[in-house]
Design a protein around this ligand. Structure first.
Ligand SMILES: [Fe+2]
Length: 363
């Protein structure tokens, strides 16, 4: 096996502070001709004496693992379980009190988020604090251009379609932000309105189907950088995103950025529009196919939590004036979710489910 001298010296076990696990060694200070003056094997170790006289010892299994590219291993790299329109009864469900008290349940919840991208938290307290404490199990609430939280209810002069009683077509939130929000929480505080069913789609299932049925369209949507923009009187937020995102770990579909509300004027050449629009339209149409569409009523006391890069969401229209309707939402980053999962799953094994979890309320 070949190992680079700088890499070896940089990763000597003495390079890290034993309490913080941060690297305290400075490879920049080493001379350009750093090399081993002698090296030998001692049982399960490789010993090296460096050109400056320093001695290092390496575990051979550790060296072998990194040589093979196995690195640290990552519990949070998991196989996504795609789901379809009939997922509602199978959707992972947890009680607020349980996740607040039991870290093993938080690990199970995080696992459901990584695998399926969606879970329902039930029996939430009817308070702003309830949502905040739930989010903080995964990480810090991260602001978006609407602030730390947002409220979805009808308004007199809405600046966003979400604040009206109109239907909301399937979308992911805020692709106009450079780092579009990762995990979205939508806490239903009141829902006495007629209509307004929630719509959720596992966009990885749809993108995989597009890849099979229309591989050219799929390729276009993984390559074109699409402009998104959000403006108010005092904001002009813009960025470009790929409609279909691929997982750098394995090249699989990891999510999407899709919002016709926030799509800016596409700025490809007009000839490229001939290529782009059929792909964009087909994918958007497929998102709406009933086989992928999970439709259900979100009830007061429930909080739906979903991966905003993977799950497209929308809403049927509701009858204005038919009853109060209020959802409060916020976001945490996906990196926070993965971090919590790595730590908790390493400590707590998966809880044994003793009885099937049932939806608490009728669809
Ligand atoms: Fe949304």
């Amino acid at each position: 096996m070949y190992f680079n001298y700088f890499w070896l010296r940089d990763n000597c076990v003495t390079s890290w502070d034993s309490s913080t696990q941060e690297r305290t060694f400075d490879i920049l200070d080493e001379s350009d001709d750093l090399h081993a003056t002698s090296a030998w094997l001692d049982n399960e170790s490789l010993d090296i004496i460096w050109s400056d006289g320093f001695e290092s010892r390496y575990d051979l299994h550790w060296l072998e693992r990194w040589h093979k590219g196995e690195n640290h291993g990552d519990l949070a790299v998991r196989v996504r379980k795609t789901w379809y329109g009939d997922h509602y009864s199978d959707m992972a469900r947890f009680n607020y009190d349980d996740v607040m008290l039991n870290p093993a349940s938080v690990a199970d919840w995080a696992e459901a988020m990584l695998d399926e991208g969606v879970a329902l938290i039930q029996h939430m307290p009817n308070s702003d604090e309830g949502l905040k404490t739930l989010c903080e199990l995964f990480g810090t609430v991260r602001p978006s251009f609407s602030g730390y939280t947002f409220d979805v209810k009808s308004k007199a002069n809405p600046e966003n379609l979400a604040y009206t009683s109109k239907a909301l077509e399937l979308h992911t939130d805020l692709p106009a932000e450079e780092l579009a929000p990762g995990i979205q929480f939508l806490h239903c505080r009141v829902n006495d309105a007629q209509g307004g069913n929630s719509l959720f789609v596992d966009a990885t299932a749809v993108a995989n189907a597009l890849k099979q049925q229309h591989p050219k369209y799929f390729k276009i949507l993984t390559e074109y950088e699409v402009p998104y923009r959000y403006t108010t009187d005092y904001q002009d937020v813009r960025t470009k995103q790929r409609i279909i995102e691929l997982d750098p770990n394995n090249g699989e579909v990891s999510g999407i950025n899709f919002s016709q509300h926030l799509a800016d004027v596409f700025d490809f050449s007009q000839r490229e529009m001939d290529t782009f629009y059929p792909a964009f339209r087909k994918f958007g149409q497929m998102l709406q196919y009933s086989q992928y569409l999970m439709t259900f009523r979100l009830n007061a006391g429930e909080c739906i939590v979903f991966d905003n890069h993977r799950i497209a969401h929308g809403r049927e229209s509701f009858e204005k004036g038919s009853g109060a309707r209020h959802l409060r939402g916020c976001y945490v980053d996906r990196g926070d979710l993965r971090s919590v999962y790595r730590v908790l799953r390493a400590r707590y094994s998966k809880a044994k489910v003793t009885a099937p979890l049932q939806p608490s309320l009728e669809m």
